[in-house]
Design a protein around this ligand. Structure first.
Ligand SMILES: Cc1cc2nc3c(=O)[nH]c(=O)nc-3n(C[C@H](O)[C@H](O)[C@H](O)COP(=O)(O)OP(=O)(O)OC[C@H]3O[C@@H](n4cnc5c(N)ncnc54)[C@H](O)[C@@H]3O)c2cc1C
Length: 508
């Protein structure tokens, strides 16, 4: 056991140097390091960004993935092209250019256009569906009046902590119908006059007090404010200190199976059971040192989305390793895969440093570090924050004049108010703690977490621990629910790493 631990530590250290360089070089998943790629190590954290290449020869990927664009999407493409051709008329300075049409970019473009601001959205993938499978709590989408863009919806959510402990959470959960949601947001934008341009932005040039976004096809769009909504591996927003986040990594498949054991009215949020990893000492050790869980969305009795997830790891677990674990789990559960509709490779930077709040370019979504540092969720948050930010942008752009540096800073401060930063620090402490503990501690931690009242744990997940007193009470209550050994490790983490930041987050 100790030998294995040392062996993996050595491997991790070696891998980290590659990883750091990749991150510094502004990680785009497309970038990869062939040296790691060819090694095919068994170390779950010997990370490379080329796991898609690995997958090609493997059994699962031999089946073709369905990527055909539906007739509806083709119709939409035509409409968008028509819209783009109107662009000749946008040769004036517009209010805002939004770079990126992911959930964050479109939510913000919609909110800005509803305030009658002139908006141009630029993205090379405007006409393609969003890639990710998003899951959200129903209550948050209800308050946004977006529940009709969820399908399916599960009335309950299940967690298996181990073979003896399980909990059914009384909260409904939904899968975002990504085509419908994207279409909905784009249609509202178009009705409000937003112009979509299909291209990628290469440069942002400051010209006197305006900004010009230059695209790869040498088009130029001038505006008063640029919003970078290009996602987690962003291009334009700068960070205060080197960005060194942990990562949530998940390998998922949307599959047709002959049968599966998951009740179809329950969404399986986390299944930490690992009996399938008991066939060898190595597998068992890996499972306990690098915890992963199953996330399952049963769509029908024969169709299910399954994802093996590493909640947060630093350096990140590899896709290859997660895939191996998922296949092992499926064999154990006797789930026979008949058809694979889609594979998902999920990599989410969690926490890390904050974007600089004094820069002229505004970030929103992944590019602005808005993901929950302990859970990896962000979808509902950008939907909720878009109107708040749009209001602040409108106020700053009220007078028909160039935007002063102070005004941009005040918009950043709205997004990242003092309270929100403190809340992020508190969550980040939780995320970092979770990245360090073994499987059994993680099980006990979540058991204690979900023993809190539903309101308490839900507030934590929903970015609702806004006041310091709320955070303090939450922390103390959670602490009181954990068993002594976990308390000790929490205290150690607080003293060694949480330090002043953690203290401030529960005092100020
Ligand atoms: C696989 C996966 C699954 C996830 N699942 C969930 C979930 O279930 N629930 C949840 O709440 N969160 C989830 N997240 C986290 C988060 O909600 C997503 O990452 C979300 O997509 C981030 O939204 P975004 O708009 O900031 O960035 P993105 O969705 O990454 O969109 C960025 C857009 O910018 C465009 N772009 C990039 N560079 C340029 C450029 N130079 N010029 C123009 N356009 C550019 C891209 O084409 C893209 O369309 C998931 C993340 C991943 C990766």
């Amino acid at each position: 056991m100790a030998f294995l631990e040392i062996y993996y530590r050595l491997k991790i250290d070696r891998c980290q140097s590659f990883l750091r360089r990749d991150i510094k070089d502004n990680v785009r998943i497309r970038a990869f390091d062939l040296r790691i790629c060819q090694r095919r190590t068994s170390c779950p954290r010997c990370y490379s960004f080329c796991n898609r290449l690995f997958m090609k020869g493997d059994t699962l990927s031999k089946k073709s993935l369905k990527s055909s664009i539906s007739t509806e999407e083709q119709k939409e493409k035509k409409e968008n092209t028509k819209q783009s051709s109107l662009l000749g008329s946008v040769d004036k300075v517009v209010d805002v250019v939004v770079i990126g049409c992911g959930p964050a970019g479109l939510a913000l473009a919609r909110a800005l256009s509803e305030r009658n601001l002139q908006v141009v959205c630029i993205d090379p993938n405007i006409n393609k569906p969003w890639k990710n499978n998003y899951g959200v709590w129903l209550d948050r989408m209800e308050s946004l009046q977006l529940t009709d863009c969820l399908s399916p919806i599960w009335s309950n959510t299940r967690i298996h902590f181990d073979n003896n402990r399980t909990r059914l959470l009384p909260f409904a959960y939904g899968k975002v119908d990504r085509n419908r949601m994207k279409k909905r947001l784009m249609n509202i934008c178009k009705e409000n006059g937003v112009v979509f341009w299909e291209d990628s932005v290469e440069d942002i040039i400051q010209e006197q007090s305006y900004y010009s976004c230059r695209t790869s096809q040498q088009e130029k769009f001038t505006c008063r404010l640029v919003v970078d909504a290009t996602g987690h591996f962003n291009s334009f927003v700068k960070f205060d200190t080197p960005h060194d986040p942990g990562f949530q990594v998940a390998y998922g498949i949307d599959v047709e199976v002959s049968r599966h054991p998951f009740p179809i009215d329950e969404m399986l949020l986390m299944d930490f059971r690992d009996s399938h990893m008991e066939d060898s000492l190595e597998a068992k050790t890996q499972s306990s040192m690098f915890p992963t869980f199953l996330y399952a969305m049963p769509m029908s009795s024969t169709r299910v989305f399954l994802e093996e997830t590493s909640l947060i790891s630093k350096p990140p677990v590899t896709f290859e390793h997660l895939k191996e674990r998922l296949l092992k789990r499926l064999r154990f559960l006797q789930i026979e895969v008949k058809n694979i509709f889609e594979e998902e490779f999920c990599l989410i930077p969690m926490g890390g440093s904050m974007p600089s709040l004094s820069q002229n370019i505004l970030g929103f979504g992944g590019s602005a570090g808005m993901v929950h540092p302990a859970t990896g969720y962000m979808f509902s948050r950008v939907m909720e924050m878009a109107p708040v930010l749009a209001k602040s942008i409108e106020n700053s752009l009220l007078h028909d004049e160039p935007l002063s540096k102070n005004k941009t800073i005040s918009i950043w401060n709205e997004l990242w108010s003092h309270e929100r930063i403190l809340q992020r620090d508190f969550y980040q402490f939780g995320g970092e703690y979770l990245s360090k503990i073994p499987l059994n501690d993680m099980r006990d931690f979540f058991w204690a977490f979900f023993m809190l009242s539903d309101k308490e744990w839900k507030d934590f997940l929903d970015f609702n621990l806004i006041g310091s007193l709320q955070r303090l009470l939450f922390g103390l209550h959670l602490f009181s629910k954990t068993h002594p050994a976990l308390r000790l490790s929490l205290m150690k983490e607080a003293l060694q790493n949480g330090k002043l930041k953690l203290l401030k987050s529960v005092i100020f």
